[in-house]
Structure formats: structure tokens, C-alpha cells
Design a protein. Structure first.
Length: 32
């Protein structure tokens, strides 16, 4: 049943990665 259920840590890691990349882009490219 582990294959059916998605690991929570994987989802959290993905969200953290996306947020980190977005924050880095905003900081490196303050064109807003």
C-alpha cells in the first residue's frame, strides 16, 4: 500500500524546493 500512498515527506520536500527556488529568483531578479 506504500505505492498507492504518496509519502508526505516527498510532497513537503517538493513544496520547499519550489518555494526556495522562487525566493532565490525573486532575490536575484528584483525586477518587480
Amino acid at each position: 500500500m506504500r505505492e498507492v500512498e504518496k509519502p508526505v515527506w516527498l510532497v513537503i520536500a517538493g513544496i520547499v524546493t519550489v518555494v526556495s527556488l522562487a525566493a532565490a529568483v525573486i532575490r536575484l531578479w528584483p525586477a518587480g
